[in-house]
Design a protein around this ligand. Structure first.
Ligand code: AGP
Length: 609
């Protein structure tokens, strides 16, 4: 998730681009750049780092012009660096492109273009677009862009400038957001409303497969096939803060609702469209090399650790490789048994958590290979690992991790399937059944999100309590741990999560009249056992809120409230069952008047041991 802006008018475009990018930095902030038409032609300035670095360079050597495009980056392909920053140009420097999204078939297109004599300078998927457009340009930039997007697969919002037609800005949307801002004698584009709100409240919101051609005099709208379209002008009545949250009240609420897209993006290009098998080019190892790993260790902290618990069960169940999971701060001090046949998986949203980094370094020091699962491509964990599988959840601003956690689950499912595929521990029919079910998860999450109103009511009841329990078995226990952490860290309610079968060995003593218990019962094979544990707490007066699969009518008989989630494979259920728990924590924190996005005593990335 990056931020792109564009301007065609009579004012200083550099200033407008930079101001727009500042409003989009929540979308990505590891590098930035602009391209502006100056008297010398199309000039590009870009820099690794926060926007301020680019601004400094521009203050030294400003770009004077009235048409330009700009970009602030959240790296997916190619680590943050000056050369990987956007805009990207073709070899003649006459075509310049900024892009938000992922081009799935960029490697194949790149090979073709190199064979045709194009020279690439960056590691990005985006640079392919500028070369592709240049290769197709025959005197009409709009046509060249239309032909190029026909060849591109994936998600993209792009803006294109060309020295051949310097008064035109061409923009296209497919699966990544793009809006057009309407002015007098000037027009704007942006990934999101905050980018242009200072200049206009009249916008066109482009839909998938639509493009816009901007000049000073107007905006032409058409499909990527070239058919003209008419659109309603959307009048924006939000303030900037609300706009940054896309109309949600908090970043956490926004990020919870971004999970369907985060699932799609994290799966993008990793499940073969036709065959349904898994592709993970990030692990360049042969089946023989993968077979050499006799054990796997997962190390992480907090929410990432909870994703690792689902990862452990998933890999053991699918690939039959023994997996140990450790809290990173404990790992290196327990003298772990590691050798060169050990694969250590370090999981970290930020990629900067000191405990996880130290565990990673210790594992490498002892000869293990390290795979990082992280949301920040250029982070320390990513740089120091041998292999990196990025989650493509986009920047996560709220301290309480939500979409990064669920995207880590998606990566663990893909990794478990890929290992099973490579090692032959599961047949292809089963792999296809699981990837088929994974592709239905985004819509199913949207179904769960529709129950937010009801969850809000339950959360308001629960928020009056100071002590609370979560219970579950198997995958449900792993999700119960995450639900409990979410509630603790933002509502400040003391809650504990227990393997449901463990309660009767002591903790049951804490259950008394009215104590809330959140019980997850989504694992069919463990359903009856879980229900009997629920009956144990009910018998001691607990108020039980149960989560079960669609179509179940049994659980309601044993609990006070039951919420049903869409049915999927037991293995994949955590990707759905955690959503109500995220919302429960969000609304309980709200009911208690807490600062939801910046809870007390916590930081988004814990860079000290
Ligand atoms: C989760 O909501 C918390 N922010 C915290 O537990 C977090 O998961 C932990 O600090 C690990 O962070 P990381 O994923 O960036 O390494």
């Amino acid at each position: 998730m990056c931020g792109i802006v564009g301007y065609v008018g009579n004012r200083d475009s550099q200033k407008i681009l930079i101001e727009g990018l500042k409003k989009l930095e929540y979308r990505g902030y590891d590098s930035a750049g602009v391209a502006v038409f100056t008297e010398k032609g199309l000039e590009v300035r870009k820099a690794k780092g926060r926007l301020a670095v680019l601004e400094e360079r521009l203050n030294e050597k400003p770009l004077v012009g009235t048409i330009g495009i700009g970009h602030t980056r959240w790296a997916t392909h190619g680590k943050p660096s000056d050369v990987n920053s956007h805009p990207h140009t073709d070899s003649s420097l006459k075509i310049s492109v900024v892009h938000n999204g992922i081009i799935e078939n960029f490697l194949q297109l790149k090979e073709e273009l190199i064979a045709a004599g194009h020279t690439f300078v960056s590691e990005t998927d985006t640079e392919v677009i500028s070369h592709l457009i240049a290769s197709l340009y025959k005197g009409d930039i709009v046509k060249a862009v239309q032909q190029a997007v026909k060849r591109m697969r994936g998600a993209y919002a792009i803006a294109v400038l060309s020295e051949f037609e310097p008064d035109k800005l061409v923009a296209v949307r497919l699966a990544s957001p793009l809006i057009v801002g309407l002015g007098r004698g000037e027009n704007f584009i942006g990934s999101d409303i905050p980018a242009i709100l200072e200049h206009t409240r009249d916008v066109f919101i482009l839909s998938d497969g639509e493009m816009a051609v901007l000049t000073r005099d107007g905006v032409e709208l058409m499909t990527v096939e070239g058919n003209p379209i008419r659109k309603e002008v959307f009048r924006v009545d939000w303030d900037i803060a609300t706009a940054e949250k896309a109309g949600y009240d908090h970043f956490m609420q926004k990020e919870i609702h971004e999970q369907p897209q985060a699932y799609r993006d994290t799966m993008r290009g990793r499940i073969d469209e036709n065959g349904g098998l898994v592709k993970l080019p990030e692990i360049p190892l042969s089946p023989e090399e993968l077979r050499a790993f006799s054990r796997i260790h997962i190390v992480a902290c907090g929410t990432a650790f909870h994703a690792g618990m689902v990862g452990k069960h998933t890999i053991e169940r699918l690939a039959r490789i023994p997996v140990e999971i450790d809290i990173a701060s404990e790992y290196r001090y327990r003298d772990p048994i590691i050798d060169r046949d050990t694969l250590v998986i370090a999981v970290s949203q930020s990629g900067e958590t000191a405990d996880t980094l130290a565990a990673l370094r210790e594992a490498k020091r002892r000869g293990a290979k390290v795979l990082a699962i992280t949301n920040v491509v250029g982070s320390s964990v990513a740089r120091e690992a041998d292999y990196v599988i990025p989650t493509w959840a986009g920047p996560e601003i709220a301290v309480a991790s939500t979409k990064a956690y669920t995207s880590q689950l998606i990566v663990f499912y893909l990794l478990g399937l890929y290992l099973a595929q490579s090692l032959g521990t599961q047949d292809e029919a089963f792999i296809r059944e699981v990837t088929g079910a994974m592709r239905r998860l985004p819509e199913q999450v949207e179904e769960v999100l529709k129950q937010a109103g009801r969850i809000k009511r339950i959360a308001e009841d629960i928020s009056r309590h100071q002590n609370l329990f979560f219970i579950g078995r198997g995958f449900d226990y792993a999700v119960a741990l995450e639900g409990s952490l979410k509630l603790k860290e933002i509502s400040y309610i003391h809650s504990e999560a227990y393997a449901a079968g463990e309660l009767k060995h002591g903790t049951l003593a804490l259950i008394e009249e009215g104590v809330p218990v959140i019980a997850l019962a989504t694992q069919d094979a463990l359903f009856e056992k879980t229900v009997s544990n629920i009956i144990e707490v009910k018998a001691r007066g607990a108020y039980v809120f149960g989560i079960a699969n669609e179509g179940d009518s049994e659980l309601a008989k044993s609990v006070d409230e039951v919420l049903h989630i869409p049915r999927t494979l037991p293995l994949l259920t955590p990707a759905l069952s955690v959503i109500p728990l995220q919302l429960l924590a969000y609304y309980a924190s709200l009911a208690r008047g807490n600062d939801v996005d910046k809870p007390r005593n916590l930081a988004k990335s814990v860079t000290v041991e």
